[in-house]
Design a protein around this ligand. Structure first.
Ligand code: APR
Length: 238
């Protein structure tokens, strides 16, 4: 078994599977549809240009959903590991929900953006617009430059994920890389394990089913993150 001590450099990459037990639907388990929409109709720059109202309403619904979900034992276990490892721990998530933060994680890299935030395409203002009073609005103007439609602070298909330099640095220097609840379909996230592996990191997977990049795992734990992670973290830190 891969061992972790209090000075191990550990990177965790999470995907939709870690939030599934909280009631947030994953992307690829629903016949190619995401909350009843084709991805290209709601999650691409083209969709935003083509039908801003549809994209806005779709994300307002996703944002509103945050009010009705809570972190699960998987999120809590990851926060516990961060507390144990401190600075030598990096959490990278593809998830746009805020369940890691609400589960106690302090430093979260949201490589695909955050539902809670909106961004101005004109002046690059990024702000937190959370709460029912924001979720009910039909578009929100930029408080800095007045541009009338802030966009979701989400990395859409075809856009470059956030904080790639920081991610590259953490992944290429870690000793243990742990991939949780991600299907391995979407790059560059799916390729991070390859970078870790080629820099001699030990790689661990936790997933309901073997993901596409499962060949890189030194250890694989098949099942629900919310059931497996609390036990694993307890073992690592005791
Ligand atoms: N515990 C662990 N794994 C789970 C659980 C669970 N309770 N439930 C589902 N899974 C697994 C599924 O088996 C699947 O392999 O989580 C994975 C989720 O995969 P996807 O739905 O493809 O989500 P993800 O890998 O995060 O998608 C990556 O694609 O659509 C884009 O930007 C979006 O960030 C997203 C990216």
């Amino acid at each position: 078994m891969v061992s972790i001590n209090s000075s191990s450099r550990v990177v965790i990459l999470t995907g939709a599977g870690v939030s599934a037990e909280s009631g947030v639907r994953t992307f690829r388990d629903n016949d190619g549809l995401w909350e009843d929409h084709r991805v290209e109709d709601v999650a691409t720059p083209h969709a935003w240009v083509n039908d801003q109202r549809l994209v806005w309403r779709f994300y307002q619904e996703r944002r509103r959903q945050l009010l009705s979900v809570d972190p699960n034992p998987g999120h809590l276990a990851i926060a516990k590991l961060e507390q144990y490892l401190g600075e030598s721990f990096t959490l990278i998530t593809q998830n746009v929900d805020d369940l890691h933060e609400r589960g106690g994680s302090k430093n979260v890299i949201h490589m695909h953006g955050e539902l809670a935030k909106l961004r101005c395409e004109m002046c690059n203002h990024v702000g937190v617009y959370q709460g029912q009073n924001h979720y009910d609005r039909e578009f929100i103007p930029c408080s800095d430059c007045g541009h009338e439609t802030l966009r979701p602070h989400i990395v859409w298909f075809g856009e470059i994920p956030f904080e790639m330099a920081k991610i590259q640095e953490a992944v290429s220097t870690c000793e243990v890389f742990i991939s949780i609840g991600t299907s391995g379909h979407v790059y560059p996230a799916a390729g991070l394990i390859e970078i870790a592996k080629s820099n001699a990191a030990r790689c661990i997977g936790v997933n309901l089913e073997p993901p596409l990049n499962a060949r890189y795992f030194d250890e694989f734990f098949q099942g629900k993150a919310g059931e497996i992670l609390p036990q694993l973290v307890q073992k690592w830190i005791s």
